[in-house]
Design a protein around this ligand. Structure first.
Ligand code: FMN
Length: 338
């Protein structure tokens, strides 16, 4: 009875909540990053890195899609533009147990453009709609879209509304909007996350226009507290770089965003959990750095941060590195904050 009660209150109910999520980030939000983030927040929705639908069909699925049950709620982000291939990849992802399938319509990299997916799909809302429709037909979990407010010269508010209206018609109810346009030529993906100006009011107006849709805002939100005011205007907040570089802040998410009444986890508690996770990593013959590289920012701005980063950066790549490295790395940090 007690277990059931905990399950009902702790687990998300029916559908994943988008009130707070950590963005999909290539090379960053792998399964060990997500396990680490899950030590800090039980409620945030976590996203995978983008996986191309063809890779899901023809690649090593266990490697590409495998995840641990502790990661729930967790969404799989797919890349692609062929409705048939995306539908099959979505079905496979849902069978793996993902709580949501998300389509990437925001990545501007040259490689992605040459594959005709990512942000360039904003120019063809009909294609995105066909993809969403095909995916939604074969899975029972939500199919969502992450996109920009525009691309190149096609960046008027009317273009954005047309895009959302068309894709919503195809069955998408949740739109995660990176609040800046993307330039498809001349800017690198990194520059495309900095140079085009942020336009939060445009995302707010999208919510005003499409009140029945779940609109999540993303882009340049500099921390968990900074995200809160956006909830006056939209349904959810997605953090990317700030969450990755300052993960300690994720410890506040369950209280700030979900009203969970418990103390935020402190450093000592997080380290105990991280050491236990490191034991699991090592027992599965996974090199320790695959976990610790995601935790380098844990003590950002706190005493001992440099020691923590240095010991982990230098030590975790050694073959014999084990969980005790974390205890060694953290010593001056915990002494300073206790
Ligand atoms: C290293 C890195 C990799 C990224 N990879 C993806 C990706 O695979 N899929 C995606 O939709 N966005 C990707 N993004 C964009 C983020 O999801 C997010 O939209 C962007 O960083 C803006 O949010 P932020 O300012 O909170 O970081 C990536 C961003 C970074 C920094």
């Amino acid at each position: 009875m007690r277990v059931r009660l905990i399950l009902m209150t702790e687990a998300f109910v029916d559908r994943p909540s988008h009130r707070f999520s950590v963005a999909p980030m290539m090379d960053w939000t792998d399964r060990w990053c997500r396990r680490f983030h899950r030590l800090l927040t039980r409620r945030a929705l976590l996203y995978t890195e983008m996986v191309h639908a063809n890779a899901v069909l023809y690649g090593d699925r266990r490697h590409l899609l495998g995840f641990d049950s502790q990661e729930h709620p967790v969404a799989l982000q797919l890349g692609g533009s062929d409705p048939r291939v995306l539908a099959e990849a979505a079905r496979i992802g849902a069978d793996f147990g993902y709580d949501e399938i998300n389509l990437n319509v925001g990545c501007p990299s040259e490689r992605v453009q040459s594959g005709a997916f990512g942000a360039c799909l904003m120019a063809t809302p009909d294609t995105v709609a066909e993809c969403v429709e095909a995916m939604a037909k074969v899975v029972s979990v939500p199919v969502t879209v992450k996109h920009r407010i525009g691309i190149d010269e096609q960046d008027s508010e009317a273009d954005l509304h047309r895009f959302v209206a068309r894709v919503a018609d195809a069955g998408c109810k949740t739109f995660i909007v990176h609040a800046r346009k993307a330039w498809l030529k001349g800017l690198s993906p990194a520059a495309n996350r900095e140079v085009p100006p942020l336009d939060y009011p445009r995302v707010y107006r999208l919510k005003q226009e499409f009140g029945h849709l779940n609109i999540v805002i993303n882009g340049g939100i500099d921390g968990t507290e900074a995200g809160l005011p956006h909830l006056q205007e939209v349904d959810g907040v997605m953090l990317g770089r700030a969450a990755y570089h300052r993960p300690f802040e994720l410890g506040r998410v369950d209280r700030l965003y979900y009203g969970v009444e418990r103390d935020d986890p402190g450093y000592a508690e997080i380290i105990d959990d991280l050491v236990a996770l490191a034991e699991e990593v090592c027992s599965r013959d996974v090199p320790l750095y695959r976990l610790t590289r995601h935790a380098l920012g844990l003590f950002h701005g706190a005493p001992g941060a440099r020691h923590w980063r240095r010991v982990l950066t230098e030590g975790a790549y050694r073959k014999e590195a084990g969980p005790e490295l974390i205890e060694w790395a953290v010593r001056p940090c915990l002494q300073a904050v206790s």
